[in-house]
Ligand binder design. Structure first.
Ligand SMILES: [Cu+2]
Length: 432
């Protein structure tokens, strides 16, 4: 009995050591089965974050919700059998229940006024991994053996005033009892080990998951264009991003939603006085468009952050020119900062109200070199409800433009900075 308990303790101790020493598997930018998918899109009337709820089984209603300033028409189409389901969202906070009949690829078309986006996504249904069945079976066996053992003990007790069982029968009962205790201990050890190791064991591939290439995909090549070809200040124009596969030349239509959008597009005037961070609409495979309006004529830079499925991130850049009169006014002068090349700089901000997550993070910081050749994107860390800080390191001396963005209430706040990076060390930045 003692040796069984000792063995169980040794097994559990070994499992504990294994659990604390194993790294948990990374799960970056992959929507897990049953989890909601959040997709942010920029319509001319404003930014909308569509929340597509996860499902645990099919067929099932698929809830799509959003806060929107204009009504949205939704049309869901299965790419497997073409079956459709539609609904609409009223202005304000609304939700609609669409219907999915099976796992796999779907396309959600969203119409807002004259603008349409179609969002490809997959309905994933969780599947139990084989080891979960072993774990559940081990728990069941443990329970049965414990109950069986207790019942057997109850029936094998000597009757009061009577004679005890024959010696051979007693030895047999003892042997069975040891077997039951040993079996229960072993199955409990298996069950507990699997329970503790669960975060490190592979999850089963959900139903409806895309096949993975394993080797990553080629870089996408990008072409930016505007319509009209020469936009005019104060008038709407469309900026289009066309993506083709670097190897095949075919449209790239496998963008992963990362930080709640398939594409993060930053448009800045060359001098940095105009800044837009938008999330273009997918109008056709490999074609993404966004409607813009800018107040200042001159040269503009476009930087798009994308991630193809199973692949790393990629930054794509382009440029265009805008003519017309200058209607610009500086909303707030950029706050000047200094930093040392290769040394971390911390930017601290205080919000007017409680900061709420935007694009999955408390805050975003976009940093562009003055010449527009480099663009970096850092994420903020909240320190309290209204305080936020960003840490970044700029390797080369020079002048940089930076924009910190965070959301509070219904507002998206953009705070501009300039960072003069020197080759000599300078003192730390002060809170703003
Ligand atoms: Cu973005």
């Amino acid at each position: 009995m003692k040796s069984v308990t000792g063995g169980l303790i040794r097994v559990l101790a070994a499992v504990f050591v294994l659990v604390v020493s194993l790294p948990a598997p990374a799960r970056a930018h992959v929507v897990e089965a049953g989890a909601e998918l959040r997709v942010t899109q920029t319509f001319a009337a404003g930014e909308v974050t569509l929340v597509i709820a996860g499902v645990s089984a099919v067929p099932a209603p698929l809830r799509v919700s959003a806060r929107t300033v204009q009504p949205l028409d939704l049309d869901l189409r299965s790419l497997t059998d073409g079956r459709r389901s539609s609904g609409s969202l009223r202005a304000g906070q609304g939700s609609a229940d669409l219907r999915v009949t099976h796992a796999g690829p779907y396309e959600l078309r969203v119409r807002a006024g004259a603008e349409v986006t179609s969002i490809p996504f997959r309905v994933l249904v969780p599947v139990s991994a084989p080891w979960t069945m072993v774990r559940d079976g081990a728990f069941l066996v443990t329970g049965l053996l414990v109950v069986g053992g207790v019942l057997a003990r109850g029936t094998s007790r000597p009757v009061a005033g009577g004679t005890s069982r024959p010696v051979a029968g007693g030895a047999l009962a003892g042997g069975v009892s040891r077997l039951v205790v040993g079996g229960a201990s072993a199955s409990a050890a298996v069950a507990l080990s699997l329970l503790l190791l669960a975060p490190h064991l592979p999850a089963a591939e959900p139903d409806g998951a895309a096949p993975t290439s394993g080797t990553g995909r080629p870089y996408a090549q990008a072409r930016f264009s505007t319509s009209p070809a020469r936009p005019v200040t104060g008038a709407d124009f469309t900026l289009t991003l066309r993506l083709v596969d670097g190897a095949t030349g075919r449209p790239v239509d496998d963008l992963a939603v990362h930080h709640e959008a398939p594409v993060h597009l930053v448009v800045t005037s060359a001098d940095g006085t105009v800044f837009r961070h938008v999330h273009p609409l997918r109008t056709a495979p490999g074609v993404l468009t966004v409607r813009l309006r800018v107040p200042r004529p001159g040269h503009y830079l476009a930087h798009a952050e994308i991630e193809r499925q199973d692949s790393g991130g990629q930054l794509l850049s382009g440029a265009f020119d805008v003519s017309g009169p200058d209607d610009s006014y500086q909303e707030s002068a950029p706050h000047p900062l200094t930093a040392s090349a290769g040394r971390p700089l911390t930017i601290r901000l205080t919000s007017e109200g409680p900061i709420r997550p935007w694009l999955g993070m408390p805050g975003h910081l976009i940093v562009r070199s003055a010449d527009g050749l480099h663009l970096a994107h850092a994420h903020g860390t909240a320190s309290g409800a209204t305080a936020l800080h960003f840490t970044l390191t700029l390797p080369e001396p020079g002048r940089y433009l930076a924009w910190a963005q965070y959301a509070t209430g219904d507002r998206l706040v953009t705070r501009p900075f300039t960072v003069q990076v020197q080759s000599e060390p300078v003192s730390k930045s002060k809170p703003l």
